[in-house]
Each structure stands twice: as C-alpha cells, then as structure tokens.
Design a protein around this ligand. Sequence first.
Ligand code: ASP
Length: 316
Amino acid sequence: MSMRKKHVVVLATGGTIAGIGKPGSDTGYVPGQIAAEDLVKSVPEISNYAEVSAEQVCNVNSDDMTDALWLKLSRRIAELEADDSVDGIVVTHGTDTMDETAFFVSLTVRCEKAVIFTGSMKPATAKNPDGPANLLGAVRAAAGFAVDDDPPANKVWVYFAGELFDARRVQKCDASALNAMGVDGPGVGADWNAPQEPNYFDVSRCESLPRVNVVYFTVDANPKILEYAACVSDGLVIAGAGSGEFSKEWASVLEKIDIPVVIASRTHHGNVTLNETLAPGRISAGTLPPQKAAVLLRLALVTTSKVSEIRRMFSA
Ligand code: ASP
C-alpha cells in the first residue's frame, strides 16, 4: 500500500539561508536574496520526503523583521493550520532573530500541526553551505519524520544542525558556530512532553504591536538611558546583571517610570526572582531572556497594561 506523501508548505522570510555572496566565501554576503521556490528547488532530496509548496512572506535580513511582518507570518501560519491539505509548515528565517519570531508564532497561533523554523549560518553560495541540510531536516520534521527518535509534536520548533529546540527555550547562543542555536537553560533542546505555550494572544485584528525596548545594565551605565527608553516605549525590559540586578542609581530613576517594566537577566540563563527592594511592583521575566521577555510584553500590552495581569502572563 502506498502512502500519500505529506504536504509541507515552506514560508520563506529571508536570512542567510537565502543569502548570496562571492562564490566559495562564507562571509561578505547579502542575506535574503534567493526566492522561496529556488530555495526549495536547490535541495532535490526534499521530494523524497514530502510534497512541498513554497511561499515568499518577505525576503529580509532577520534584523529587519518588524511587527507588521510578524503579524503577516502568524496569520498565514494560522490559515495553513486550518487548511486540511497541509500537513506541516516550515519557516525559513535569519538566525539573528529566529528565536523571537518563533516565540511570537508560538504565542499567537494555536498549532495542530508542527511548525518548524530553520535557517543557516553560511550563505547559499558558500563552499559548504549548511542551509540545504537544515532545510531538508526541517521539511522531514514537518512531514512527521522523527528527530532524536521522536516526531515533533504540534507546536513551534527550531530545527538547526541536526537538533530540534522548542520555541520558548531556543536562543541564538553563538555568533559564528554552525550549531548556533541552543536553549536558555540546562537540558536537552526538545522537551517532547512540554505543553503548548500556555499563553495565547489573538492578534487577528492587530495592525501593529506596542513598542517595547530592552535596556541593558552595565557598571556605571547612565540611568538617563532608562528615562529616554521610557519616553519612546509602551513597556520596558531591563536586562539586569545576574539575577536581574542593577545599581541604586538605576533603582531611583526606575521608581519614577510609570509604564510596565519587566526585569530579565543579561546572563540569558536561569530564573529571575524579583528583587522587591530594587524594583518594587515590577514584573519578573522568570526564565525568559530579555529579547523574549520583550516579545511577551508586547503581546501582553495588546490586551492590558495592568501589572497584575501581565505578571500572571509571565508566570504562566
Ligand atoms: N543576519 C542574518 C539574519 O539573521 C544572519 C543569519 O541568517 O544567520 O538574517
């Protein structure tokens, strides 16, 4: 009996995986150049595992991602989730902000099918590009083929350099290594039994997202940057030292800021317990690193600016 091949849709957004540079060189390329269809065609083995259709959502360096592109991507994924002819979804994306976009999608789409993000560290024109193997692995995973002995469950993942990471925990942990993606704490990347992201935000009617900026604390950092950031933001995340700490000088400036503020750690690992002396009444990012705390705060602010409610979302 022959089984129907799974139908996987590849949504391309750009990044180094679609980058073009000097033939044979790993550096000095322009990301987001190759069209979605050509990206898929360049890996013919894909057709052994799935029937693939390719769509271009955008073609950008992922540092140029915007709330408008996030909303567009999330809506398209929601449509594909509801389409019975589709079995799985792959998103190709630059690695720089892949963790933010994957987390955003996990918070805004109720997934019945696996959504697998992937990308590459070398451009398509490099001598040994890593994009083709990553794309093949992502399509295989989206089509239900096992990674680490388990097929990915119905949620959002990043497949990279042979490993699968869940969207809540994944981070880009290395600026240059081929296995640049890792997790925000000890343990393996994929937790097969972890529940779907407990927060869900309906963004179907949003045209834009509130602005949240991350302010990074260092020794002697001028607290005026907090004041400035507060003027140009709807909410703030502080990337504090250690368990989310900062100087007394910062604490006294923070006291006067009246927008929601989330305290995260610039270590990007571990759990932040709120220091009520330094930051009374503020919100702990928990285990979320600053860039992901910013994603969750933006979404929280779509529905509320009440600190108690935002705190509940951060502890979910
Ligand atoms: N700057 C690139 C991007 O994020 C890096 C990459 O894709 O690896 O789009």
